[in-house]
Ligand binder design. Structure first.
Ligand code: COS
Length: 384
């Protein structure tokens, strides 16, 4: 759903210009230094990017899913590390509070997130609980008007910068399944929280992940999201449904960028006395990439509209992320192929994208988990 096309288009154009003029020239530097320059983060704050999905009443732009997707299709057209600066605050780190937070929780935390004063991270994954998220072992045991949290979270994006964690922990140790899990807002400065070393990753340098260790961390009971125990896993799944559409839109954006770079190179690079793009075997690769990008873009926009209309999107979100992330991997692979030897060399940046996009098939649900979600939903519908 688009509320006002003109206002949205102005935002989309601003983001597109920011990507082209400000971010693309910094891609190499960010990969070399593993840091996003602080003035870029400040520009993002001023553009309101941290508040894209936070309701207007709490200082954000309150974009609908379709509007968010339109922005992400532009923001995706550069190194994914730039998206990551705002990604967890706009996405999985904040949306549990937006969906289920009490009015007091929303009023206390959302304005700080919307302004970019505070970064939110989503703490679900653990050393022993990745795809099988419901088996998480971190505990939050009630003690008067607090919960005492113990456990470890793994590969938590933006944890080194986070001001708050949306934490999933087991409040009912006797219930080993999803129903024993609750969600909390945890102030990252709480005593007892420590961070592991920043992980060394295959790609996406500039985006940081690390372990987060909770040792007898006292979290006020007022920070139990929604004020009700046992709702945390279902909330996390709803957050991930939305997050999967978000990631799929980013995949389409990155793939568009890679196709654009491939086309420019194919038009310019001469072999056998002509531009390589005039060879049909190269055109076949370009055509396959264009076809798949178009399909993924249509899927993402459709799923976003479906979500905006209030219909369930668990299946569609999984389909979008499965197809768009796998598509993005194929487009990146073809880009390396079209660039040939240059595609393998660091200075052209194509090999960097090839490594960066590998993560899309893993986080917020591996391709195999998404297949499982789609298959199970289909069978459930079939059986009624
Ligand atoms: N929306 C709302 N509720 C949902 C839901 C969704 N999309 N998906 C599951 N639930 C609910 C179920 O309805 C069930 O509720 P009831 O107990 O009331 O019936 C509960 O959550 C447990 O669901 P389920 O039985 O399907 O859980 P499983 O442990 O079998 O599996 C999967 C769930 C594998 C789908 C889940 O663990 C998953 O998505 N794993 C991947 C996690 C992930 O993406 N990690 C990335 C971390 S963030 S980078």
């Amino acid at each position: 759903m688009i509320r006002d096309e003109e206002t949205l288009q102005a935002l989309v154009d601003t983001v597109a210009r920011f990507v082209r003029e400000r971010l693309v020239p910094l891609e190499h530097q960010v990969a070399e230094t593993d840091q996003i320059p602080p003035d870029v983060v400040q520009d993002m704050r001023e553009m309101g990017l941290f508040g894209l999905t936070i309701p207007e009443a709490h200082g954000g732009l309150g974009l609908t899913m379709e509007e968010e997707v339109r922005v992400l299709l532009e923001l995706g057209q550069t190194s994914p590390a730039f998206r990551s600066v705002i990604g967890t605050t706009v996405g999985i780190g904040s949306q549990g509070i937006v969906f289920d937070g009490t009015p007091e929780q929303q009023a206390k935390w959302l304005p700080k997130l919307a302004s970019g004063e505070m970064i939110a991270s989503f703490a679900l994954t653990e050393p022993g609980a990745g795809s099988d998220a419901a088996s998480l072992r971190t505990t939050a045991i009630k003690d008067g008007d607090h919960y005492v949290v113990n456990g470890s979270k793994r590969y938590i994006t933006n944890a080194p910068q986070a001001g708050l964690f949306t934490l999933m922990a087991r409040t009912d140790p006797a219930n080993k399944g999803a129903g024993g899990v609750s969600a909390f807002i945890v102030d990252a400065k709480s005593p007892g929280i420590s961070l592991g070393l920043v992980d060394r990753k295959m790609g996406q340098r500039g985006a940081h992940t690390c372990d987060v260790i909770f040792e007898n961390v006292r979290v006020p009971a007022a920070n139990l999201i929604g004020g009700k125990e046992g709702q945390g896993f279902r909330m996390a799944m709803r957050v991930l449904d939305k997050g999967r559409i978000h990631i799929a839109a980013i995949c389409v954006g990155v793939a568009k960028r890679l196709l654009r770079d491939s086309l420019a190179y194919a038009a310019e690079r001469q072999q056998f006395g002509q531009a390589i793009g005039d060879f049909q075997l190269v055109q076949a690769m370009l055509a396959d990439s264009q076809t798949e990008i178009y399909a993924a873009e249509c899927m993402v926009l459709d799923a976003a509209r479906r979500r905006d209309s209030g219909r369930p999107v668990s299946t569609e979100a999984a389909c979008c992320k499965l197809f768009a992330s796998e598509m993005c991997g194929r487009v990146a692979d073809r880009a390396v192929q079209i660039f040939g030897g240059a595609g393998y060399m660091a200075e052209y940046g194509i090999e960097r994208f090839y490594r960066d996009v590998r993560l899309f098939r893993l986080y917020e649900g591996t391709s195999q988990i998404l297949q499982l979600v789609i298959g199970r939903n289909l069978m459930r519908e079939q059986r009624g």
